[in-house]
Design a binder for this molecule. Structure first.
Ligand code: TXE
Length: 488
């Protein structure tokens, strides 16, 4: 079993306590790596290193030089993509094929934001006062705490690190305790790319022991968080005490809406990919399929036929389509929701049980029909391979059911009508709408939630603004002295 080390101030270190915890391989449920179990003392060291780096070399560097380091880092990830993908897949159980795709794509975030680094510009304001020159500067915030989940460890970290660093901040990154290995392996590449020591620090451990002291540390200016909405609320409350900037990405209960004028093959495919890809463990999972009543029965038959073919197995094997659930608590949560749905009277048409013959934490791809919008299975995030099919009558009904959620991360719309393809996205209370496709993201397009799904945007040009603050500078060029008792 490999023992990994954290990254603080450019040095590879153990936790101050010397303690470690085991990271489990979700396919076998067996430990495969040892991770430092950090605490408040390690957090203090990491924040001090990040603060010193922010006030030192990193701050003095030109934005162009900063961008060049980000792009070098992108190239180093690309060169190491195969190894990192295998590590991610072993540590979090997602398909190697998906992880390879992600790892080949992650460099784009560092190229794109590396390119943006020296395009952060202020404005000259044609101010309404004679003899005054007024302009703005866009400045970094300082030390950013990046707290990330286990479902796509490096991708979701890249969404935070790339814009935060491009904007000139420094980082203390706490990966999930369930999937820290890839972060600690990536640590090697920061120095190689030329980041000065302390610009990126990685501390590993548990939410209460590492996350909380990090969020409440007085020298942390911002918290960029992805995780569950309950944890997100707690993080927001802690950050509020220190009046810190936050971004929160908190998952959802996304509706995948199939109208009767949809291309049926494409829609069936899109609904299956929306819920069963990544074993349903994605924030954007299309966990509610809203299907127009006129095609409901035919659609469900075709959906069942395709979903049945999903091949469970070892995530490292090329033929596997559905891997294990990543953590034991998550496995229990998914099974509990299946039993809640059965208790609520939903009809289980596919799956509905643990697939223990595949491995300790497998759950069969599961489809419920006859789901009413007020059932818990239709309202709460399961974060697993469990789909609720809900019928609707017409467009108004579909929009009403889709919006009847505390969440608002994403939605899918399946239609061949150009009018509807424009009309419906406008009415949906979500941060992303896909029409005739699902589960597409890019470094170029802003991503984030409405309502309880979050605050702020990741990716695209919007993201860099989250990591900047505006300073307004006033210069009197009149050469006169003004009345000291009247506002100028
Ligand atoms: O996430 P947590 P968990 C949802 C999904 C899942 C549920 C629970 O529904 O079933 O969350 O998953 C850190 N202070 N999503 O428990 O707790 C934690 O160490 C500071 C949706 O794994 O949100 C980890 O690094 N930090 C989601 C990170 O928060 C704390 C992705 C996320 O963990 C903390 C994952 C605390 N008190 C789960 N407690 C998405 N949006 O995609 C925990 N953490």
């Amino acid at each position: 079993m490999n023992k990994y080390q954290m990254l603080i101030g450019g040095a590879r270190v153990d936790a101050a306590s010397g303690e470690c915890f085991e990271s489990l391989n979700p396919f076998t449920a067996k430990p495969w790596a040892l991770i430092p179990r950090a605490g408040a003392e390690d957090v203090n060291r990491a924040v001090a290193a990040a603060r010193a780096a922010f006030q030192g070399e990193w701050r003095k560097m030109t934005a162009t030089a900063r961008g060049a380091i980000l792009r070098r880092f992108a190239d180093l990830i690309a060169a190491d993509a195969a190894r990192l993908a295998e590590i991610e897949s072993t540590d979090n159980g997602k398909l190697l094929a998906e992880m390879r795709g992600q790892l080949n794509y992650i460099p784009q975030w560092f190229h794109y934001f590396g390119g943006l680094a020296d395009k952060i510009e202020g404005r000259v304001i044609p101010i309404d006062k004679p003899g005054v020159f007024n302009y703005t500067r866009q400045e970094p915030l300082g030390v950013v705490a990046a707290i990330t989940p286990w479902n796509s460890p490096l991708l979701l970290a890249a969404w935070k690190l790339a814009p935060a660093l491009a904007a000139g901040n420094t980082i203390v990154w706490k990966p999930s305790e369930h999937s820290s290995v890839s972060a600690l392996v990536l640590a090697e590449l920061f120095e190689k790319a030329g980041f000065p020591p302390g610009v990126v620090n990685i501390v590993t451990g548990f939410g209460g022991e590492v996350g909380e002291p990090l969020i409440t540390h007085p020298d942390v200016a911002m918290v960029a968080f992805t995780g569950g909405d309950g944890t997100g609320q707690h993080v927001y409350e802690l950050a509020a005490r220190g009046i810190k900037h936050v971004t929160l990405e908190l998952g959802g209960k996304s509706a995948n809406i199939v109208f009767d004028d949809a291309d049926m093959d494409a829609a069936v495919n899109g609904v299956v990919s929306g819920i069963f890809a990544a074993t349903g463990q994605t924030c954007i999972a299309g966990s509610r399929a809203l299907v127009q009543r006129s095609i409901h029965d035919v659609f469900v038959e075709r959906l069942l036929a395709l979903a049945k073919t999903a091949k469970m197995g070892n995530p490292l094997e090329a033929t596997t389509q559905v891997g294990p659930v990543t953590t034991h608590p998550q496995y229990q949560k998914v099974l509990e929701y299946i039993s809640i749905a059965k208790g609520e009277g939903a009809a289980c048409r596919l799956g509905g049980r643990a697939a223990t013959e595949q491995g300790p934490w497998f759950v069969e791809p599961t489809i419920f029909t006859g789901v009413a919008p007020d059932m818990r299975i239709a309202r709460e995030e399961v974060f697993g391979p469990v789909l609720s099919v809900i019928p609707f009558d017409d467009e108004d009904d579909a929009v009403r059911i889709a919006n009847n959620s505390i969440y608002g991360l994403a939605a899918g719309v399946w239609t061949q009508s150009i009018q509807r393809a424009i009309r419906v996205p406008e009415r949906l209370e979500v941060g992303t709408v896909w029409v005739n496709t699902y589960r597409a993201v890019s470094y170029m397009s802003p991503f984030g939630g409405y309502k309880r799904s979050g605050i702020g945007r990741e990716s695209g040009q919007d993201a860099i603004g989250e990591y900047l603050q505006t300073k307004s500078v006033w210069i009197d060029v009149s050469g006169t002295t003004r009345n000291p008792f009247v506002m100028g």
